[in-house]
Write a protein that binds this ligand. Sequence first.
Ligand SMILES: Nc1ncnc2c1ncn2[C@@H]1O[C@H](COP(=O)(O)OP(=O)(O)O)[C@@H](O)[C@H]1O
Ligand SMILES: [Mg+2]
Length: 261
Amino acid sequence: MDTALKIAVSGKGGVGKTTVAALLCRALVESDRSVIALDADPDANLAAAIGIPFDDGIVALASMQELIQERTGATSGTVGTFFKINPHVADLPEKLWQEKGGIRLLKMGTVKQGGSGCICPASAVVKAMMQHLVLYRNEAVVMDMEAGIEHLGRATAQAVNHLLVVVEPGMRSIETAHAIRALAGDLGLTRISLIANKIRGKADEDFINAHADGLAILARLPFDDNFMQADRQRLAAWELCPEALAAMRAACARLVPPDMG
Ligand SMILES: Nc1ncnc2c1ncn2[C@@H]1O[C@H](COP(=O)(O)OP(=O)(O)O)[C@@H](O)[C@H]1O
Ligand SMILES: [Mg+2]
């Protein structure tokens, strides 16, 4: 393998990662790809952004205590006991995903970290799942992440073929983007580009261009109040924002898997 797109979306909180991930999933489905949307942000709301209006019923993988115990041989949260750090997960995606409009959503949930390098049974299962999805599945995978990408294991990071860092026209999110770029380099994740979001005009575009510092800008998405409107009406992010979706479709066409160019 592997010619499937494996895309991680990162960036500072509030810049529009979840919105971008949702638009991307939609654009990929429209181009006839099988898509897995992976919500890897503890502050999870990708389900709502793809139009699953009441996602309270979706249990995150990290909270499935019985499953975690079964797969690792230990109870979630256990400290100081032995458990499998490479649990079997290959059978889980189709059992756990929730499908909406052709997008298959998997929610990872929050994993308590007990310090750097620490691994607990729940995080072992989450890590194994993320690694499995990027290394061994044929679907396109879109990962909605938090700003940090350091919890991506090295094998997972290297299988990600595009890291998209969302920025808005302000210095703080751009500084975060450059910090993420440095981390990505350390992990061996080399294809990285920016999504310039919340663009209200040429000045916004110019500001991001001026501070991109060599990072390619894959797409520019307009500021659109209808994103909030869609949220209020419990609609998918693309439903009321055709302009942003069109920009994402064009970006998608440029996202080729690595061995195809
Ligand atoms: N292009 C945009 N125009 C207007 N509002 C946007 C845009 N992108 C995102 N938003 C809004 O900004 C807020 C944060 O977006 P979200 O995607 O949840 O960010 P993140 O996942 O990075 O925290 C949401 O209310 C969302 O509707
Ligand atoms: Mg988010």
